[in-house]
Design a protein around this ligand. Structure first.
Ligand code: SF4
Ligand code: SF4
Length: 263
């Protein structure tokens, strides 16, 4: 039997830090050169242990259909979550118009493609170190009305310490809520990112806000909940204003004071 001595432990810690830094660098480099019309602020990256009990709790909170990381990838040790925050100009465009905004709808599709590209790049780089990686499919089908997603990227981001949920049911990060999340499950250990100790939503923190509720064109949002069916109808309608994009998106609730947060 081999017991870890201090030198072994220091080497492991250093390797974990190196791996964490390399993952962050790849994500930030790709987002800085996205090859899209959409532009991004600096991404945020967080890590959660695949053994964190929060992933069991998600089955109760979200539903039994939500998969545990190990149901998707039995070798998973770490859940890597990243947030690609939209540039301020795009948020302003969507904020200033009460109509659907083409750039916003386009940003959804472009960002989802960029997330695929980032995950492919990460998986290729990690495989050089015999680290396996699997992308969990969020699988929300906007053409159907089922909400029973097998994986929630924003819940994974919460687990990985990237933010707290707002009244609008989106995750508010240090860089706001306007942007999109990606996840990668990997077979290597990286120490978890601590979760925020404060609420990032002004209303939940006890302040005055509810701007997201006021901005929702569908009346889908209330302080106490989200009517997912009304929201989905609006999201589809907004997307149908630009059929050439073959995307659906609304995001008027993601243009309030928590949109950019660092502003
Ligand atoms: S707009 Fe205000 S109330 Fe709504 S989620 Fe953001 S901070 Fe919370
Ligand atoms: S995405 Fe649009 S319809 Fe859905 S809650 Fe936000 S503002 Fe309302």
């Amino acid at each position: 039997m081999h017991f870890k001595n201090n030198t072994d432990q220091n080497n492991t810690d250093q390797n974990n830090t190196d791996l964490k830094n390399r993952i962050e660098k790849i994500i930030k480099t790709e987002a800085a050169n996205p090859g899209t019309e959409t532009r991004y602020r600096e991404p945020l990256v967080g890590f959660a242990s695949a053994d964190d009990p929060i992933f069991d709790e998600m089955k109760e909170i979200i539903g039994p259909y939500h998969l545990h990381p190990k149901e998707i990838f039995p070798e998973a040790k770490t859940v890597v979550s990243f947030f690609l925050p939209f540039e301020e100009k795009l948020v302003e465009l969507n904020r200033k118009s009460s109509d659907p905004v083409k750039e916003w709808v386009q940003a959804k599709g472009e960002t989802d493609s960029l997330i695929v590209k980032i995950n492919e790049k990460l998986a290729a780089e990690l495989s050089k170190e015999i680290i396996n990686a699997v992308v969990p499919e969020a699988a929300f089908d906007y053409t159907k009305s089922g909400f029973d997603v097998a994986w929630s990227h924003k819940s994974a981001a919460y687990a990985a310490g990237l933010g707290t949920f707002g009244v609008h049911h989106m995750l508010i990060t240090k860089a706001g809520c306007a942007g999109r999340f990606g996840t990668l499950l990997i077979s290597a250990e990286i120490p978890p990112t601590p979760r925020p100790s404060e609420e990032f939503c002004r209303h939940k923190k006890g302040g005055i806000c509810l701007v997201c509720v006021d901005r929702c064109p569908a009346g889908a949002l209330r302080a106490g909940g989200l009517d997912k069916k009304k929201c989905l109808k609006q999201v589809r309608e907004s997307g149908s204003a630009f059929p050439e994009l073959k995307q659906v998106a609304c995001g008027k609730c993601a243009t309030g004071p928590c949109a950019l947060r660092s502003r």
